[in-house]
Design a protein around this ligand. Structure first.
Ligand code: ADE
Length: 410
């Protein structure tokens, strides 16, 4: 089977598992709410992203797509998308220069709206390609790291157009970040190493939504989980969820597997490597490849080499440390990213927010905006319906009770 056919077949599989997005796509084929609009997206080029891109196209948009990570691109998906008329600029394994060239090529299509995952596209628009800014009306951001960068830009007075923080919708981060990252990170580690988690010690750095998911799923496969944190409240939550909580300096000597999910740099650093067990596996689930200090590790190593696809062995005096996927997002580089059922929630938010922005953008200031609560609730309702589940409704009497204050202890 050639790449286009294989890509098409895998995209169809994902689309079949994204019922909320499929409903939006059916409606959009009639209503065409994005007619005449150009969208440039910088997202992981996966089968789920392809389903979103095709939905936007069917809504009337001209779509250009670049990758949001040099190692997450699925080349068969690129081939299939190009056949479908989506201008796709991505190649798996590009170097940093090629990565930014692809983003620039997507931007050169002159978008009215941007979809970003990590804010690299927005950053380029505000710096090297700020000549294109006058044509841009609004955008969305998919991930925690991107939202943090955008808030920093807005605080510095640098953000030039309104951007909706899709990540902050509850139907996004409570599901994608937790259950998506939880499952796909474990999937990436297992595909890369084929090691047994049961009975091992898994150190999870960071107990945000992603870290919670990784810890939960690791424990579910029989790992003994240690959590490291800087936030005392999150650390307390991890402890009461049943995990051991330690500083990394102590956890370093205990772990068989390490997963970073903090969004910060050098969470595993020079002083930790020398205490680790021989054969310890180091993986990153955060957006950027900065969480494990690979430069320091390379400096400590006498030699290094690939011992399995995507597994680099660093040989230090007395121990070998195994880094997965070059410290890039292990779930996307060593596996296929989050399953379609959870991306259905994230990308239904993206689609409905874009439809909302196409109408509301003239009234929005150039700051970071939340996803409208009505969209968040609608995505949850649609997903529940697709799962054959329903919720109760308050009776008029209950609504009145909630509005009242006179009644107390009966
Ligand atoms: N981020 C995490 N998993 C993803 C996926 N499957 N597609 C697009 N972006 C993702």
């Amino acid at each position: 089977m050639d790449q286009v056919q294989e890509g098409r077949r895998r995209v169809a599989w994902a689309a079949d598992n994204m019922p909320v997005l499929a409903g939006i796509r059916r409606r959009w084929l009639d209503e065409r709410p994005l007619a005449g609009l150009r969208v440039a997206a910088c997202l992981h080029v996966t089968t789920e992203t392809a389903t979103l891109a095709l939905t936007l196209r069917d809504g009337g948009a001209g779509v250009a797509l670049a990758a949001s990570n040099p190692l997450s691109t699925q080349d068969d998906v690129v081939a299939a998308l190009r056949e479908e008329g989506i201008a796709t600029f991505a190649r798996r394994g590009v170097d940093t220069r090629g990565y930014y060239e692809d983003i620039e090529a997507a931007l050169a299509t002159g978008p009215h709206f941007t979809l970003d995952d990590g804010a690299d596209l927005v950053n380029m628009l505000h710096t090297r390609r700020n000549d294109l800014l006058p044509g841009v009306r609004a955008g969305t951001e998919e991930t925690t790291t991107g939202v943090i960068r955008l808030r920093a830009m807005a605080a510095a007075g640098e953000l030039v157009y309104p951007i909706v923080a899709v990540n902050d919708a509850r139907t996004k981060h409570m599901f994608d970040n937790r259950y998506g990252t939880g499952q796909s990170t474990i999937d990436g580690i297992l595909r890369a190493t084929n090691r047994l988690l049961a009975g091992s010690v898994l150190v999870v750095a960071g107990y945000g939504w992603c870290g919670r998911g990784v810890a939960m799923r690791g424990a579910g496969m029989g790992a003994r989980v240690i959590v490291t944190e800087v936030d005392p409240i999150r650390a307390l939550e991890a402890a009461m969820d049943g995990f051991e909580v330690l500083p990394m300096a102590e956890a370093a000597a205990r772990g068989d597997f390490f997963v970073t999910a903090t969004g910060n740099r050098h969470v595993i650093d020079r002083e930790h490597f020398g205490n680790m067990k021989d054969g310890a596996v180091l993986a990153n689930a955060g957006h950027f490849n900065v969480e494990i200090n690979l430069e320091a590790l390379a400096g400590l190593a006498e030699s290094r080499g690939e011992v399995r696809e995507g597994v680099e062995e660093y040989r230090l005096p007395g121990r070998r440390l195994l880094v997965l996927a070059g410290g890039r997002l292990v779930n996307l580089a060593a596996a296929e990213g989050h399953p379609a059922q959870v991306m259905d929630l994230s990308f239904a938010n993206q689609a409905l927010v874009l439809e909302w922005l196409a109408r509301e953008q003239p009234r929005l200031e150039a700051v970071v905006h939340p996803v409208p609560a009505a969209i968040d609730a609608r995505v949850a309702r649609l997903k529940l319906a697709s799962m054959g589940l329903a919720v109760d409704r308050l009776t008029p009497d209950q609504e009145e009770y909630l509005r009242s204050w006179e009644q107390g202890t009966g």
